[in-house]
Design a protein around this ligand. Structure first.
Ligand SMILES: Cc1cc2nc3c(=O)[nH]c(=O)nc-3n(C[C@H](O)[C@H](O)[C@H](O)COP(=O)(O)OP(=O)(O)OC[C@H]3O[C@@H](n4cnc5c(N)ncnc54)[C@H](O)[C@@H]3O)c2cc1C
Length: 375
């Protein structure tokens, strides 16, 4: 999988990047995906690391000519940082019990709404485990404003099937479409926009194009990010599938006596994943094990019998962190290792993306150490 991700990355940087900014918004269908990178399934598990990717882009291209692509990568970093500062947004999403029309929900899950594009996207989501970004926006908007279904159920449906399903990008994007992330500004899918950006594949789709934004009066106080470290403390390390980055970690890995890979089965997850998605994640862990031969799988029950003086690659807000919090372990004894780049970037993620974006040049300087990647 690491080799395949390298090839896919190389191909995109060579052939797709040049026209990315003008073509990225088009969804030409599942058999024509070369106008965006399709790297999200690797990036979300850090088989490809965001910062490594930005560096790779800037090795051969100017910042100006690749700004749009770099910005998209940083959307992911931004969402992660934003949620780290407000982890309760994730837990509130998980515990929400909204009312909904059961038949309408079943019809949506079974591609039976009669909205042609939507029904096809449901099949695509289940079969390809991917949807184009613009399509995710239309899908979420139709789910919330035309089908009147709760955004939380749609976000769960995405997490179940997407190979790139990510607590931050997914939850916050659904909130954004609903109009509760940027309060009062919802995203309305329009038939004319769908027609244009699907290259006329879908036209005259009847949608509710006049919907009011959802409201949510909850206020989330910003929490400081603490107890994350950048160097080792103990002799055993645990990793989850949410961060399998090997980039710049060879020395770190070789310094441990034991490396354990912990994979949560559906019984231990709040959101049950499809078989495809579970298998995809397991394969990623297998690939990691081939690369880092010292690593061995450990079951969740055996994990609890380990000496609790453990280092853990920080899994960030999401299922794996929830598992650790639910455990009997004294989480104060756990030593979480984060990437210094994450810690640097997340300090800018307390407010809106506009504010984060202003800091991208200083982030790139930080990544390059000398600042010469911006030339
Ligand atoms: C409702 C909704 C739900 C989403 N759920 C997820 C999710 O669970 N996981 C996920 O990785 N992305 C999610 N996204 C963001 C985005 O749709 C995907 O990252 C993108 O479609 C992946 O395709 P790509 O790799 O070809 O992207 P490219 O356009 O090639 O972008 C390169 C990389 O930048 C990052 N990226 C691009 N756009 C975004 C974005 N809007 N937000 C965050 N990161 C971005 C991804 O890591 C992506 O691989 C969601 C968007 C919406 C609107």
């Amino acid at each position: 999988m690491y080799e395949k991700s390298l090839n896919d990355k190389k191909n995109f940087l060579k052939n797709g990047l040049k026209e990315y900014s003008i073509k990225r918004n088009f969804d030409f269908g599942p058999s024509a995906r070369s106008n965006t990178s399709n790297l999200s399934k690797y990036i979300s598990h850090r088989i490809i690391n965001e910062y490594e990717l930005v560096n790779d882009v800037l090795k051969d291209h100017s910042f100006k000519s690749t700004e749009k692509f770099i910005q998209e990568i940083f959307w992911r970093v931004y969402w992660k940082g934003w949620l780290e500062h407000r982890p309760k947004v994730w837990t509130d999403f998980l515990v929400a019990k909204p009312n909904y029309d059961k038949q309408c929900y079943e019809d949506a899950l079974n591609s039976n709404t009669g909205i042609e594009c939507f029904d096809e996207w449901v099949d695509e989501l289940k079969n390809e485990n991917y949807l184009h970004n613009h399509t995710r926006m239309w899908f979420a908007s139709i789910w919330i404003f035309t089908l009147n279904l709760p955004w939380q159920l749609g976000a769960r449906f995405f997490m179940k099937h997407l190979f790139d399903g990510d607590a931050a990008s997914n939850t916050l994007s659904w909130r954004w479409v609903a109009g509760i992330q940027t309060k009062g500004k919802n995203y309305i899918a329009r038939s004319s926009n769908i027609k244009k950006f699907t290259n006329n594949r879908y036209s005259n789709i009847v949608l509710n194009e006049d919907a009011a934004t959802l409201e949510d009066d909850k206020f989330y106080e910003i929490q400081e990010i603490k107890n994350l470290y950048t160097s080792k403390k103990n002799e055993s390390l645990v990793l989850f599938e949410s961060d399998l980055s090997i980039f710049q970690r060879e020395d770190l890995f070789s310094s441990y006596e034991n490396i354990y890979l912990l994979f949560l089965e559906n019984e231990e997850r709040n959101i049950k994943l499809s078989e495809n998605t579970l298998n995809f994640k397991k394969n990623l862990l297998e690939s990691f094990k081939e690369k880092v031969t010292k690593a061995e799988f450990i079951s969740s029950s055996d994990f609890f019998s380990l000496n609790p003086n453990l280092d853990i690659i920080y899994p960030s807000v999401g299922e794996n962190m929830d598992f650790l919090k639910r455990s009997e372990l004294n989480t104060d004894k756990l030593h979480f290792i984060a990437k210094k780049e994450d810690l640097f970037c997340w300090q800018f993620a307390k407010k809106g993306f506009f504010n984060f974006k202003k800091n991208i040049p200083s982030i790139i300087k930080f990544l390059s150490h000398k600042g010469n990647l911006l030339e």
